[in-house]
Design a protein around this ligand. Sequence first.
Ligand code: UDP
Length: 237
Amino acid sequence: MGNKYNRVLLKLSGEALLGEQGHGIDADILSSYAKEIKSIQEADVQVSIVIGGGNIFRGVKGATQGMDRVQGDYMGMLATMINSMALQDALEQIDVQTRLMSAIRMEAIAEPYIRRRAIRHLEKGRVVIFGAGTGNPYFTTDTAGSLRAIEIESDVILKGTRVDGIYDSDPEKNADAQKFDTITGDDVLKRRLSVMDLTAFTLCRENKTPIIVFNMNKEGNLKKIVVDGKDEGTTVV
Ligand code: UDP
């Protein structure tokens, strides 16, 4: 019996790494993410990852405090490298082979992003982490996730969140919020639901890459979706 998806791109938010802490990286969350990722890599799923940097720095936030936006965005991209290195370490601690590829050259710590090489790593079973976003200011790591997913011909982009999927209103604010199992891209736009930023969302839509929004903090969820093909989360088709 095959896996539901053979090659995936997992987008994790930097903010989720905070856990209960005010800043930095929560070691328990990091290691639980690593275990979840290992569970699908062991099942022969080719896994690539983009992780955000919001727990450390966001360019927009810097700009509101008077910083040059572009400078702030580059700082945000460096923040994603810190999270990527932390995740790489957590994976290697549990014997998962990884490669970190950066959109900004940093030879001492990461390979430069080269699409063909990334695909080769995936084919060899290495988990590939894409750091430094797209390498360009004014973008987000959601967009980096969509872009890389398309480039490497990922079957799906999995957006790991702390809620169970896409709801008709914010489930953290509204107890009556209804979750969708599947939803079309048109409906997401019509209802103005926030799945990803528009650039990221549009890239996926135009290239017909399905998006699954799911709860990354529920143990076993990732494997249920990717390996067993269970309808956890919300699929945008
Ligand atoms: N960023 C950027 N270009 C990219 C990706 C990220 O300039 O291609 C910067 C941007 O300033 C952003 C920050 O890096 O605010 C952190 O990424 P993001 O906010 O997407 O992280 P997340 O919300 O997923 O933690």
